[in-house]
Design a protein around this ligand. Structure first.
Ligand SMILES: [Zn+2]
Length: 293
């Protein structure tokens, strides 16, 4: 499943092709993905300029000149592919992949600069919505979200306040979109390891009785930013075939310190522990029982 860093890299990859351009034509090949497409979807997009392209949690948000926002979610297996200029008749590897998966090409955006941006989603858990910009923050999907982990406002104090009094595990708290938005299972595990905090620890223990942050809250907020930024820098980290928006075939490569590494030696310097896998909720947690307290 594409995680926040992948979504961010998709946004960054699409931005130069979309922002300041017009959506000339939209080909919609199905009535629905996870949800039905909005009424008159292609008509409402065609001719509109893209004023901005951003991200909130794992939602991609394209601001249109009409005053609407195109919200896009990649779901489990969604990806964008770009053909621009000479690449259209381009190299074999690209052509091969396109034809192989074309049955899953559900939406094609033809941009005014000639770029063709195709949304492909074999499992169809992705979706697209059109929302008035003025109504965006009241949209149920957006309204429920907590702070953006890479936002300037997110820090130890904010994290401690959100965990204050919480009797759930730290793992469960960090997986809660109201505590911090868009942090998936992988990055929760990685951030906790980096901060040397056990995923089983009660969430409230990172806050003082007053709700003010303990040093652990500051360490954890810092680790969250670091693991996400490292992954974005590495180009994302999905384990499956999430393609980069430039049409590149490559799998996102990023090495995790604990995720999916059960039985391996803990990478913390001087730690003699081995990575352990446990199940919390319904999800796997990977951690080091020796250096994560
Ligand atoms: Zn360790």
């Amino acid at each position: 499943m594409p995680e926040l860093p992948e979504v961010e890299t998709v946004v960054r990859g699409l931005r130069p092709l979309w922002v300041g351009r017009r959506i000339a034509r939209v080909v919609q090949r199905r009535p629905d993905l996870r949800f039905p497409f909005p009424n008159n979807f292609s008509k409402r997009l065609e001719g509109e300029g893209v004023v901005g392209l951003g991200r909130r949690a794992k939602y991609m948000l394209a601001d249109l000149s009409s005053g609407e926002v195109l919200l896009m979610h990649l779901g489990m297996s969604g990806s964008f592919r770009v053909v621009h200029g000479s690449d259209e008749s381009g190299p074999g590897k690209f052509h091969h992949v396109r034809s192989k998966l074309s049955a899953h090409d559900h939406v094609v955006f033809h941009m005014s600069n000639g770029a063709i941006v195709t949304f492909n989603d074999p499992r169809r858990f992705g979706y697209m919505k059109l929302i008035r910009r003025d109504d965006l923050n009241q949209d149920p999907m957006i309204e429920a979200l907590g702070p953006e982990p890479l936002g300037n406002a997110f820090d130890g104090a904010m994290l401690a306040a959100a965990c204050h009094g919480k009797k759930t595990s730290l793992k469960a708290a960090l997986s809660d979109q109201k505590v911090v938005a868009g942090l998936g299972n992988i990055y929760v595990c990685e951030a906790l390891h980096r901060a040397h905090l056990s995923p089983k620890r009660q969430a409230s223990t990172i806050a003082l009785k007053s709700g003010a942050p303990r040093p652990s809250a500051n360490a954890l907020a810092g680790s969250i930013k670091t693991v996400l930024n490292d992954a974005i820098h590495a180009g994302g980290s999905s384990l499956r075939d999430h393609r980069q928006t430039d049409g590149d075939l490559g799998y996102f490569q990023h090495s995790f310190r604990v995720y999916d590494r059960a039985g391996e030696k803990c990478p913390t310097p001087k730690c003699k522990g081995k990575i352990k896998r446990i199940v919390q909720g319904t999800r796997s947690t990977f951690f080091c029982p020796v250096c994560q307290k």
